[in-house]
Write a protein that binds this ligand. Structure first.
Ligand code: ADP
Length: 874
């Protein structure tokens, strides 16, 4: 420890040593102060003034601070940027302290452990995950949402991509690993938007959470969950009684949608704005409770693959659709249901106030109504759900009896507990009330006695109760009638021994009331705490019901149908629509399309002009499958679907800007991911694969990929391409069929019909699209000219630009070929064009160039050489 610093700075440095990776909020009176580098960094991040203070050494110490009462806002800002904040409080009464007041860190707030505030979105979980890498190359993966207490754990194979995928599915904000966890893997996690990586080396099962791990049957799972809990207890330093027992899950219990596909399909956020608006979640979210909102997102992230479970959800949606009025009533009542799950968390955490408990009561009071409405539907399944809803009457009764209807926010000012709940409290209140009545009485009597109408009895914090007489009336008082206490400009204030006596009684009673009320409140909170598991079970049941009513609501409103499932892996969609595009466009404008696939039609090759609707069609098929498997109805007139185990997509525009990989590399990575992992039961969507490289290269790759999927994998595949040449594959590959999006030409312009038809598209409409985009007419004419030339099989070179289009260009030599567009540079040049007459001078120059060893030339030599060659030719 640096000598020379004052004892307080020494104390600061000692605490800071344990929290190197966090901002240390050091409590000094009414402020949290930061020092040294923390102060410099925080002043920049929070845009607050950097000052300095004496610290015992020659140099002043950089310092900045935030007021205690508004700290929450600053903490949120730092957490939002991925930082951690350690809260260091005074843990002894400064009056009792000998020397520097004792201070300790009472909580470490991190991106993955936020309990309240803006960092916590109502309709989203806030997950923290932990990973354990085992010697056999498998990974243990556990996650928890500390605000709801939910935790799960699983084992993943040796492919780190699976781990990354889980992180992405959960949008985990923070990941806890052992301190020696591989650096390159940490880097990959950061690339997936993980805000913070934290270290915890202790993975042993400690007493305080051993019970939560009882259901886990493997050591690896226990270790992984224990690492997470050790971190949570170490950072939170308080009761976490709301943590629910950890359960296991397997990723293959759900339809697998990898990171890229999830983004491409815009399931929970759009690619461009990264916001919810425009995503499938946005379309579906008709949930009425925050818990339901979170559950909906969870269901979208993890579509089911078990047919019975899916069909069960559909059956319930069906019942809810058929009971319109009951559904609307359910929605009304659910509006009144507060976030029970997070509330339970805050009860355990010890940061609920009386208003929260009133909210809890009001929410619980809705449960009997919900039960009744479900029963009214007279459906066995709904009655079962009704029976499973536990109104937690003991809690409601207790809160009803104990807590007033509109309590204040503060817990220390009293007025929380109802009269009649506690005898002693009532007595104190009586005393204080009687005292106040006595004082009112006194005022009346003294007015009469003195004849001063304006005489009043008042109260202030410094002098307590007093009698006030205005200066003008002072002469009416008898000498020594009252004891003079304070002189104001216009009045005098007096006291009497009797008044002081009553005052002592009142104040004492009030103080006792305050203390007792706080004590009673804590007691009530403890009683509620014991009921947390019941509240959590209720929260889960209500959230599920909320999502189901949401499915019913959307399905009815948007005219979706119940899908059927085919065991023969058939896809029959009649008049299917893209749910989000349809909503955005307005239903009338959307052109519905069929899709038919079976054993003879595994791969559909889609051709058609740009902007005709190819990728919309492909996405629509995937979204239909996903909607079906989360238990919702689907946007079509009729739908028969297989149950897909995985969905893969490579759809343009999702270029991975964050990781800085080239578009083509991302394209290939996504393609690889699908090809390696897809099975016969998967769905693959490839949009314009191979577009990112040169023509022949791209076409060759596209064809090889199609052949591989067709022959080796057999997954249901939709492949769109603008390589018209690929359509001949239909003749060789028995299970591949051409389809196209039709467009018509009208007055020389292209009109998109957005209608899917059998067979290949007959023409490329690229130039027409360019025309629609209003490129200069001159350029469009030229493009048409080149196209016509290219389409003639015996033409060996692209014609020169016709003179009319040449503006100020140098005259082309009669025997040189006009440069071809870059896209076509791989075309073989006709043999005779290669034979060019070179002069001997030119030959010598060429020979000279051939001789140059490029690796051995400096830039200066090169420019000299170029100069020389140029001179020679001239
Ligand atoms: P492509 O992939 O062929 O370039 P997109 O699928 O991106 O074309 O579609 C281009 C635009 O056409 C979309 O933004 C959408 O607004 C519209 N569109 C696509 N399909 C339909 C349809 N079935 N009905 C109405 N409009 C559609």
């Amino acid at each position: 420890m640096a000598a020379g610093y004052t004892p307080m700075i020494q104390q600061y440095l000692a605490v800071k040593a344990d929290y190197q990776d966090a901002f240390l909020f050091f409590r000094l009176g009414d402020f949290y102060e930061m020092f040294f580098d923390d102060a410099i960094k925080a002043s920049q991040e929070l845009e607050i003034t950097l000052t300095s203070r004496e610290g015992g050494t020659e140099d002043r110490i950089p310092m900045c601070g935030v007021p205690y009462h508004s700290a929450a806002n600053y903490i949120e800002q730092l957490i939002g940027k991925g930082y951690k904040v350690a809260i260091c409080e005074q843990t002894e009464d400064p009056k009792q302290a000998k020397g520097v007041v004792r201070r300790e860190v009472v909580q470490l707030i991190t991106p993955g452990t936020v309990m309240e505030g803006k960092g916590l979105s109502d309709k989203e979980n806030n997950y923290i995950a932990s990973i354990t890498a085992f010697d056999d190359q498998t990974y243990g993966f556990a996650y928890n949402d500390i605000s709801t207490g939910e935790s799960k754990v699983t084992l993943l194979s040796n492919n780190f991509e699976e781990v990354l995928n889980e992180i992405a599915v959960l949008s985990a904000k923070e990941v806890v690993v052992r301190s020696d966890f591989a650096g390159d893997l940490q880097k990959k996690m950061r690339e997936r938007d993980v805000l913070a990586i934290s270290f915890e080396d202790n993975s042993s099962i400690e007493m305080n959470f051993a019970g939560l791990l009882e259901d886990l049957n493997q050591d690896k799972l226990k270790q992984t969950a224990a690492r997470l809990f050790n971190y949570l207890y170490r950072s939170q330093k308080r009761s976490l009684d709301h943590l629910q027992p950890v359960t296991t899950y397997q990723i293959h219990q759900y339809m697998k949608i990898d990171y890229y596909s999830k983004r491409n399909l815009e399931l929970t956020e759009t690619i461009r704005s990264k916001g919810k608006k425009g995503s499938l979640l946005w379309l579906l979210d008709e949930t009425m409770t925050a818990m339901g909102g979170r559950m909906l997102k969870h269901w979208i992230d993890r579509p089911l693959i078990n047919k019975e479970e899916i069909v069960h959800r559909h059956t319930l949606v069906d019942v809810l659709i058929n009971h319109y009025f009951e559904r609307q009533e359910l929605r009304e009542k659910m509006k009144e249901v507060y976030d029970l799950e997070r509330l339970a968390g805050r009860v355990a955490f010890g940061n609920v106030n009386a208003r929260d408990l009133v909210q809890l009561k009001r929410s619980l009071l809705q449960v009997p109504f919900l039960k009744q409405i479900l029963q009214n539907m007279q459906n066995q399944e709904m009655i079962q759900i009704a029976e499973s809803l536990d109104p937690c009457e003991e809690v409601t009764d207790l809160l009803e009896q104990a807590i007033v209807e509109n309590p204040p926010l503060s817990l220390k000012e009293g007025n929380i507990i109802r009269d009649g709940y506690h005898e002693q409290l009532d007595q104190y209140r009586d005393a204080s009330r009687n005292g106040k009545t006595w004082i009112a009485q006194l005022e009346r009597e003294e007015r009469e006695k003195t004849g001063i109408k304006s005489l009043k009895v008042g109260y202030n914090r410094v002098f307590g109760y007093y009698i006030e007489v205005t200066r003008a009336n002072l002469h009416l008082l008898q000498e020594g009638q009252y004891e003079r206490k304070q002189t104001l400009t216009n009045a005098e204030r007096f006291i009497t021994p009797e008044l002081k006596e009553k005052e002592a009684l009142i104040l004492q009673a009030e103080e006792k009331c305050g203390e007792l009320e706080y004590e009673l409140f804590t007691e009530i909170r403890e009683i509620v705490k014991e009921q947390i598991p019941r509240l959590q079970a209720l929260a889960k049941a209500v959230s599920e019901l909320d999502v189901l009513q949401c499915f019913a609501q959307v399905s009815e409103e948007r005219r979706y149908v119940k899908p059927k499932f085919s065991d023969e892996r058939r896809v029959v969609i009649k008049d299917g629509r893209h749910p989000v595009v349809e909503k955005v466009l307005n239903s009338q404008e959307y052109v519905p399309n069929d899709c038919f696939m079976d054993g003879d039609r595994e791969v559909l090759l889609i051709t058609g002009p740009n902007m005709s609707g190819k990728s919309t069609y492909m996405r629509q098929i995937a979204l239909t499958a996903i909607l079906a498997q989360i238990g919702c109805y689907v946007p079509a007139e009729e739908a028969v679907l297989p149950i897909f185990d995985q969905v893969f997509t490579r759809i343009g525009a999702a270029d991975d800007l964050i990781s800085g990989q080239s578009t083509f590399m991302v394209e290939m990575l996504e393609a690889r991911n699908a090809i390696v992992n897809a099975t016969q039961n998967s769905l693959i969507l490839f949009d314009e694969i191979g577009r990112g490289t040169s023509t022949y290269d791209g076409m060759a790759l596209a064809q090889a990929i199609i052949e591989y999927i067709h022959t080796r994998i057999g997954a249901k595949t939709l492949f769109s391409t603008h390589y018209h040449e690929l359509t001949v594959l239909e003749e060789e590959l028995s299970k591949l069929k051409n389809i196209h999006v039709s467009a018509i030409e009208h007055n020389g312009k292209v009109v998109f019909l957005h209608k899917i038809k059998e067979g290949p598209a007959d023409k490329s409409y690229g130039i027409h699209v360019a025309q629609l985009a209003e490129l200069p007419p001159e350029l469009i004419d030229r493009a048409n000219e080149i196209l016509t030339a290219l389409e003639q099989p015996d033409i060996q070179a692209i014609p020169r630009k016709s003179e009319a289009h040449v503006i100020q260009a140098a005259p082309a030599k009669p025997d040189t070929v006009v440069e071809q567009p870059a896209q076509l540079s791989f075309f073989d040049e006709p043999a005779e064009k290669k034979k060019t007459d070179l002069s001997s001078k030119e030959k010598r120059v060429l020979d000279k160039i051939k001789e140059i060893d490029l690796l051995d030339v400096t830039p200066l030599q090169a420019i000299n050489l170029l100069y020389e060659l140029h001179k020679k030719l001239k």
